[in-house]
Design a binder for this molecule. Structure first.
Ligand code: HEC
Ligand code: HEC
Length: 343
């Protein structure tokens, strides 16, 4: 009898937990470092991810209903824009920086080129409220979403409560952003010794050159580091963007910018915080011939990098192995049809 009571109690308890605790869908290769974002405390659920996906693609979030996050962050280019150097927002207004790719964000401890945002859960506020991006307020976003039954349902599924709040909107974005993870490039298959990951002699040599000259900042496996560095770009005297110094007011941070990931770099052009380079060839030429000496120039780049023509080509060929087509064309991250059919 006692056993039976325990059994029934157990089932009741499990079904209760089952209702509350939803399955975490965030995964990553076991040999990767632990994410900075606390996934255990804030697991990503399918329902939260789908809510965030709808929000990410919905222009209703901007003041005049024309600009969505995806306007500047296109999947096929690693969630950045490619057709112009500085971002274009509401009413054709031009921003001051090149949009950043959104990939493997759970491993970043700060966001934006100058690290001005230190937590993913508040990141979306910046583009939502920026005059030159979406020019909206969080209150208005909540008000607009509240009139749409589709979103009431989506919020209910994600939070077991259909009340739409600013915080929940931001959490929705976070859940979607956290899922934009790329680790199935040819390089990854090479590291895992999988089929399709056989490197040519040229790619192997490119990797070696990369490890000797670039990996101190663009560190494997993320090809980024949570640091701000001056990589020797000439100052653009129209934009006068001094990067990290804007946030810290410390002259030591002058011209230091976030070290961006190089994953899918073949498709994230144009390059650098102001989109000054159109091609990877130009980027490599910058590192070999264009480094500007200054007080804050990174130690790693003080000695010139000398590559032969062949070595430049090998490095370029290696950089292309960081392309992850499974990620760039993953339908789960694309425009959700439900936005048209159900809204
Ligand atoms: C008008 C173009 C534009 C729109 C719209 C836009 N972004 Fe961005 N995004 C940018 C630019 C430009 C940057 C880099 C900003 C900077 O460094 O100051 C950026 C940076 C980011 C980053 C930081 C990535 C990193 O690794 O540091 C994330 C995440 C992001 N955007 C998500 C979003 C989300 C979510 C939305 C929608 C709520 C959105 N963006 C809307 C242009 C845009
Ligand atoms: C001292 C650190 C450091 C080293 C070493 C370094 N980089 Fe960078 N890299 C950066 C920083 C910082 C940026 C962003 C600079 C900016 O936009 O102002 C950057 C940007 C880039 C970009 C543009 C990324 C984008 O999304 O726009 C590419 C491509 C790149 N680096 C490739 C390389 C290669 C190839 C090497 C080796 C030859 C290398 N880097 C060495 C720090 C470094």
């Amino acid at each position: 009898m006692k056993k039976a009571v325990c059994f029934i109690g157990g089932i009741l308890l499990l079904s209760f937990i089952g209702l509350k605790v939803k399955k975490n869908i965030f995964t990553y290769p076991e040999y990767w470092p632990k994410p900075v974002y606390d996934i255990i405390k804030n697991p990503v659920t399918e329902e939260g991810f789908q809510l965030g996906r709808a929000l990410f693609y919905d222009p209703i979030l901007s003041k005049d209903n024309t600009i969505s996050c995806a306007s500047c962050h296109l999947q096929a280019s690693g969630f950045t824009h490619i057709d112009h150097d500085l971002s274009h927002g509401i009413e054709g207004k031009i921003g001051t920086r090149n949009s950043l790719a959104i990939m493997n964000s759970a491993w970043s401890d700060s966001f934006m080129w100058d690290g001005g945002i230190n937590h993913l859960e508040v990141q979306a506020l910046a583009p939502l409220t920026s005059d030159v991006e979406m020019a909206e307020t969080l209150e208005n976003v909540v008000r607009k979403l509240d009139t749409i039954p589709f979103y009431k349902k989506m919020f209910y599924k994600a939070f077991q409560d259909s009340t739409i709040t600013g915080q929940r909107v931001l959490l929705g974005f976070t859940q979607f952003t956290l899922m934009l993870n790329t680790y199935n490039s040819k390089y990854d298959k090479y590291i895992r010794k999988e089929v399709g990951g056989e490197f040519t002699a040229q790619e192997k040599n490119g990797l070696k050159l990369f490890r000797n000259n670039c990996a101190s900042c663009h560190t494997e496996p993320l090809f980024a580091t949570n640091k701000f560095k001056n990589n020797g770009l000439a100052v653009d005297t129209t934009l006068n963007d001094y990067g990290r110094m804007k946030i810290t007011q410390n002259p030591k941070d002058s011209l230091r910018f976030k070290v961006p990931t190089l994953r899918n770099i073949q498709f994230t052009k144009p390059y650098m915080h102001d989109g000054r380079f159109e091609t990877l060839q130009e980027v490599i030429t910058h590192y070999t011939n264009g480094i500007q000496q200054s007080e804050t120039l990174s130690e790693e780049l003080k000695d010139p990098i000398l590559f032969t023509h062949r070595e430049k080509v090998d490095l370029l060929v290696f950089l292309r192995t960081l392309t992850d087509k499974e990620f760039l064309f993953d339908k789960r991250f694309s425009f959700p049809k439900a936005l048209i059919t159900q809204k």
